[in-house]
Ligand binder design. Structure first.
Ligand SMILES: Nc1ncnc2c1ncn2[C@@H]1O[C@H](COP(=O)(O)OP(=O)(O)OP(=O)(O)O)[C@@H](O)[C@H]1O
Ligand code: SF4
Ligand SMILES: [Mg+2]
Length: 322
């Protein structure tokens, strides 16, 4: 994805939800996209999948390519069909994404038959294999149950199985664990990481939680107000964040070794996209802000050693004094 811009027309004006976003993921690698609520994580992935409702959404610029094929010049129908073959997505809300009136098995077998032309019997066998793969216990029995009979964690596993049924080369998982308790979250993340490694898929993991990212991702893109403010290999970003926002996010991770300590939350709120502050969009919340941050255009993206980049006037300094 290069310089993607997505706008929404609303009663109050045009909202630029994604503002010049560039990222890529290679086969067999995991890219984590992190950032607070409203930073454009979901909108950018819906754009990849061709799932934005237009209007109100409009892709105002940029390019989304998969193995060199441009997706944004395709018709909606071609785009969706292309994604069906190459790119899968696991949505935030599994209950809403599954159809309540059909059994889990029926939904899986229909997907398998449509994608691979399997017979009913072949599809059922494969459905059970997939449920086994995502570690749904007693898959053979549970395949005949309805979504509401599954717990939240199990439904998320079913969603992953549905996505895998399509044999995607890249899987986008949009906060696949937010509604789940911490232990189940960790299990789902581990499962995704295992499947990703086994299939050599590209995985794009969207999450609020930088704690989760540390263990499963190779690369991280930190988003703020529709932009990537920092992009780096995970270990480098964690060891020496180059953007004050990344630094603040990292400080807000609950740490077991800081017992009784207050969780540091980032003061202030994400900006109203109808009135993004001038200069650096993060300046009202940034402890390092200086005059140059408060006016003019947003800070340009600075390329840093090690294939890293950050959009901050003081990226170099922030990185070294971390
Ligand atoms: N249908 C819509 N109409 C108008 N604005 C929208 C619409 N959908 C999204 N937006 C805007 O796009 C911004 C980005 O939304 P997005 O869903 O991508 O956030 P997110 O980073 O995924 O947040 P979260 O972590 O809460 O899922 C929102 O702040 C919102 O203002
Ligand atoms: S450009 Fe200025 S306000 Fe923005 S993150 Fe960097 S130091 Fe903070
Ligand atoms: Mg979202």
């Amino acid at each position: 994805m290069t310089d993607l811009v997505v706008e929404f027309s609303t009663a109050d004006g045009v909202v630029r939800a994604v503002d010049g976003l560039t990222y890529s993921v290679d086969a067999g690698r995991t890219l984590a996209i992190v950032g607070e609520s409203g930073s454009g994580k979901s909108v950018s992935s819906l754009a990849v999948m061709g799932l934005l409702q237009s209007p109100p959404a409009r892709i105002a610029g940029g390019s989304i390519r998969f193995n060199g094929t441009e997706l944004l010049t395709m018709s909606r129908k071609q785009h969706r069909a292309y994604c069906g073959e190459h790119i899968g997505m696991v949505f935030q809300d599994a209950l809403a994404a599954l159809n309540p009136v059909y059994t889990v098995g029926w939904q899986l077998t229909e997907a398998l038959r449509a994608r691979h032309g399997f017979s009913r019997r072949q599809a059922r066998t494969r459905a059970i294999e997939l449920l086994d793969m995502v570690k749904v216990p007693a898959a053979r029995q549970r395949v005949s149950e309805y979504p509401h009979q599954f717990s939240g964690g199990m439904r998320q596993r079913v969603m992953i199985a549905m996505a895998l049924a399509m044999d995607p080369e890249v899987l986008i998982a949009d906060e696949p664990t937010t509604a789940l308790d911490v232990t189940v979250q960790a299990q789902i993340m581990t499962l995704l990481a295992e499947i990703q490694a086994e299939r050599q898929m590209g995985l794009i993991l969207i999450t609020h939680d930088l704690g989760v990212v540390a263990t499963v991702a190779d690369q991280v893109t930190v988003m703020y107000a529709g932009r990537a403010v920092e992009q780096a290999p995970v270990l480098e970003a964690y060891g020496s964040p180059a953007h004050p926002y990344t630094k603040a996010l990292l400080q807000s991770i609950p740490r077991l070794d800081r017992k009784g300590g207050e969780l540091e939350v980032i003061p202030g709120r994400p900006p109203d996209l109808l009135a993004v502050p001038a200069g650096c969009p993060f300046h009202p919340r940034c402890e390092r802000a200086e005059d140059v941050c408060r006016t003019g255009a947003p800070p340009p993206v600075v390329e840093l050693p090690g294939g890293r980049s950050a959009a901050c006037h003081f990226a170099q300094e922030v990185m070294t004094d971390a």
